[in-house]
Structures are given as structure tokens and as C-alpha cells.
Design a protein around this ligand. Structure first.
Ligand SMILES: Cc1cc2nc3c(=O)[nH]c(=O)nc-3n(C[C@H](O)[C@H](O)[C@H](O)COP(=O)(O)O)c2cc1C
Length: 430
């Protein structure tokens, strides 16, 4: 007899099914299932057991202004804190005695099947934090069959990263100027990118007081303070800065606006009039850009609906990792209402995800895919591709274990019935 539980979409197996099932049914497991064997890791990675561990390790390597630029939020850091706190407000309700030996986390997105439901978010200045950071992240992502979004604010020409054949996603900050937009689209298309991510939560530069306090500027201003911080960070100074100068000369901001050197007394990065960008430009981009079009930084269902009506293929629900408008709620809080308006559009989320359990909560609330920023850049700082691969494996393993304990075989089995408020005493009234 087959019994279907109200919350379980798969029918429960009969006794003969159970006896027939071979123990090797878990083919699609991405090599997970084990605790990290510390002995197989290089010494510097042995204590890195979770994504959050990479931050402290990178802090020991990076000059203070650069560490602060990556780790920091904006103004009071309210959104930065909220991005983490929100995950603690939600708990799981696992289903028991489900055969989860066939579980897998491969996830389709825009016609490609990735090995896991997460990717590497775009981060400008990656090469400042890690030697050849953009290429390191792109190669590590490709090796793991995960997407990496190349940032338009990075220091490596887009053609160079694309030529490695490893990332096909490019992120642009666009001004409200059709000529400049067309130039960018044509360059991306010529370089061979197939997915364009337009970030829309930076109409003006954010008020990052932590950068001012730490002496971080873009481009970097050659001050005594900066020189001091660089000199007392020898692993970064020799292993990244001097090595970069030796092999490729002074890096430049290569992909948007005028080509400006990384270090300059008076150089100014021209951002164009981003505060003029509006839906009419998205309509224009949609007509001209033949590849996948994604808007990053959507936070309201009204904007999500407009994105869908403009033929956008996907949106990234994001508050930029708490780096733009301080006090913006965590994307997780608005995810369900946005997902309700998706109707065929891919819903992607980022900001604050650090654990496999965070990924599963986001998917249960309506995300199809998630991206993660800082931890992967810190991993690149700590140990280039090997450390990024280690970080990726840690997260894949967490997701795999969590799926088993939650009682699911496929990520598409997830829904809000697996979640309850973890705080407050609301259960007393239900
Ligand atoms: C150092 C750094 C640089 C970033 N640069 C960009 C960028 O160039 N374009 C963009 O759309 N988002 C940028 N972001 C935001 C990330 O893409 C992403 O939204 C955010 O990091 C996700 O939050 P998380 O770091 O908590 O995972 C940057 C984030 C960081 C930490």
C-alpha cells in the first residue's frame, strides 16, 4: 500500500521498494557526505571549516583599508547585520524516515545545469584582495561547475576573463545614457558573454564611512597611511601588490567609464549619470541584448513585476550585501512576495548567505538560486583557487547533509511547509 503524507510530495515506499533499493542510489552527490578530513588540506586551511572562517583568516593578510572595503557595509551597518540575523528567525521542521539516499543538488538555470544551487557574486576590486582575483574566482567556479558573475567594476579587462572560457556572466553598472549603454552591450556581446546582469541599486555612490575611516578610496590615493598599512601586510604586499606590478604593471579600472589607474593622486572614475537609469532603458536593453538579461538589486514585488513585464529573464533579490541603502531589509524578508510575482522569471537571491541551511531557507521561500559574495573573495585571499574550491566544497557538503536531515531528495521538494518562526512564542497561538 502506498501512503502519501500531506506534506510529502513523494509517495512513501513499500517494504519491497525498500528491500530493492541498492545502497549506491546516491549517485548525484557532488562527492559530499564526509566531514572535512583536515589531514588532506594544506596547513593554512585546516581550521577553515565554514564560510565565515575565511574572513578572520583574510583579515590577517589584507591591509586594513582593503579588508574594511570588502567586509564593510554602509553607515550604521544595519542592513549588514540584518542580512545575517534574519536567518536565525527561521527554523526547520524536518520530515522523518524519508529515504534520502538519492538526493542531489544539481540546479538548472538559464539552460545550464550547475552542480549546486549557488554561485559567486560579482565583486569589484577582487584583484585588490587576491592576486588575479577575478581569474581565480572564475577558474574555481568553472572547476566546480558553478556560475561566477564578473563585476564591471573589476580591474581585469572583461575580454581577458572571458577568454579563459570560464565565466559567461557579466555585471554592469549602467548610466542612463543610450550611447554609453550601447557601447557596453556591444563590448559584452563581442567578448562572448551570454548573461548580462544590470545592477540597479547604485544610482549614486553609497556613504561608506568605514572606507573613509580606513583610508580606502577608489582609485587608491597614495598617502603615507595607505603605504604604512600595505607595508605591515607583507603577505599581501609581496604576494599580490608587487607580484601584480611585476607581471602586469599598474592595474586599471578597465570595463566602465574612463580607464583609470588603481593608484592615482587625482584620477577620477567617471560613473556617468546612473541616477537617470530607468525602466525605459531596460526596455531598450531588452531589445538590443540577445542573451539572458538579469536585474540585480530588486527588492520590491512592484519592481519585480515590472522586470517581468519588460521581458527580463531573472532578477537578483539583493541589498548589495548591506553596502548601499542602510536599513534596507534583508532580501529574505521580501523573497516570498517577490516569488509570487515571478511567473516564469528566475528568482535569485544574495546577501548574507553563509550556511547550507541559509541556502535551503532561501530556496524554501521561493528562490531558484542564490549567490554569495565576501566569503569566496576572502577564500581567494587566503589560498587562491584551492581555498575557493575548499569553500565551495564546504557549502556543497553542508547542503547535502542538511537535505538528508530535512528529509528531501531534491531541492524542488522544498517549500515553506518546512519552515517555522524560530523565535518568539507564536506557536502558542497556532
Ligand atoms: C568587495 C565587494 C565588491 C562588490 N562589488 C560589486 C559590483 O561590482 N557589482 C555588484 O553588482 N555587486 C557588488 N557587490 C555586491 C555583491 O555582488 C553581492 O550582492 C553581495 O556581496 C552579497 O552579499 P554577501 O557578501 O553577504 O554574500 C560587491 C560586494 C563586495 C563585498
Amino acid at each position: 500500500m502506498t501512503v502519501t503524507h500531506r506534506w510529502i510530495t513523494n509517495p512513501l515506499p513499500t517494504m519491497s521498494d525498500i528491500l530493492k533499493t541498492p545502497p549506491s542510489a546516491s549517485a548525484d552527490r557532488s562527492g559530499a557526505m564526509s566531514f572535512v578530513d583536515k589531514r588532506t588540506l594544506p596547513a593554512k586551511m585546516r581550521d577553515l571549516l565554514a564560510l565565515e572562517d575565511f574572513e578572520a583568516a583574510a583579515k590577517k593578510i589584507l591591509p586594513r583599508p582593503i579588508f574594511g572595503y570588502v567586509a564593510g557595509g554602509v553607515e550604521t551597518n544595519a542592513s549588514l547585520r540584518g542580512n545575517r540575523a534574519v536567518f536565525d528567525e527561521i527554523g526547520f521542521v524536518p520530515q522523518s524516515l524519508v529515504d534520502t539516499s538519492a538526493r542531489g543538488q544539481k540546479t538548472p538555470l538559464f539552460g545550464h545545469t550547475y552542480n549546486a544551487p549557488f554561485g559567486l557574486a560579482p565583486m569589484g576590486g577582487s584583484s585588490l584582495a587576491a592576486y588575479q582575483g577575478d581569474e581565480v574566482l572564475a577558474r574555481a567556479a568553472a572547476q566546480a561547475n558553478l556560475p561566477m558573475i564578473m563585476s564591471g567594476a573589476c580591474l581585469t579587462p572583461m575580454e581577458k576573463v572571458r577568454a579563459t572560457g570560464h565565466t559567461s556572466w557579466f555585471q554592469a553598472y549602467l548610466p542612463g545614457d543610450i550611447t554609453l549603454i550601447n557601447e557596453c552591450l556591444d563590448r559584452c556581446q563581442k567578448a562572448g558573454f551570454d548573461t548580462l546582469v544590470v545592477t540597479v541599486d547604485v544610482p549614486v555612490m553609497a556613504n561608506r564611512e568605514n572606507n573613509v575611516r580606513n583610508g580606502y578610496n577608489t582609485p587608491l590615493r597614495p598617502t603615507l597611511g595607505l603605504a604604512w598599512h600595505c607595508l605591515i601586510s607583507p603577505r599581501w604586499f609581496f604576494g599580490n601588490f608587487l607580484k601584480t606590478l611585476w607581471h602586469q604593471g599598474m592595474p586599471h579600472f578597465e570595463n566602465m567609464g574612463p580607464r583609470v589607474p588603481l593608484i592615482s593622486q587625482h584620477g577620477v572614475r567617471g560613473y556617468g549619470q546612473r541616477d537617470r537609469l530607468q525602466w525605459g532603458h531596460i526596455a531598450h536593453i531588452r531589445k538590443r541584448w540577445k542573451g539572458n538579461l538579469v536585474i540585480k538589486g530588486i527588492m520590491s514585488w512592484q519592481s519585480a513585476r515590472l522586470a517581468r513585464e519588460h521581458g527580463v529573464d531573472g532578477i537578483i533579490v539583493s541589498n548589495h550585501g548591506g553596502r548601499q541603502l542602510d536599513g534596507t531589509v534583508s532580501p529574505l524578508r521580501v523573497l516570498p512576495e517577490i516569488a509570487a510575482h515571478a511567473k516564469g522569471m528566475s528568482i535569485i537571491m544574495d546577501s548574507g548567505i553563509r550556511r547550507g541551511t541559509d541556502v535551503l531557507k532561501a530556496l524554501a521561500l521561493g528562490a531558484h538560486f542564490v549567490f554569495i559574495g565576501r566569503p569566496f573573495l576572502f577564500a581567494a585571499t587566503v589560498g587562491a583557487e584551492a581555498a575557493v574550491a575548499h569553500a565551495i566544497k564546504l557549502l556543497i557538503d553542508e547542503i547535502d547533509r542538511d537535505m538528508a536531515m530535512l528529509g528531501i531528495n531534491q531541492l524542488s521538494d522544498l517549500n515553506a511547509s518546512f519552515l517555522r518562526p524560530a523565535t518568539g512564542a507564536r506557536f502558542l497561538t497556532t
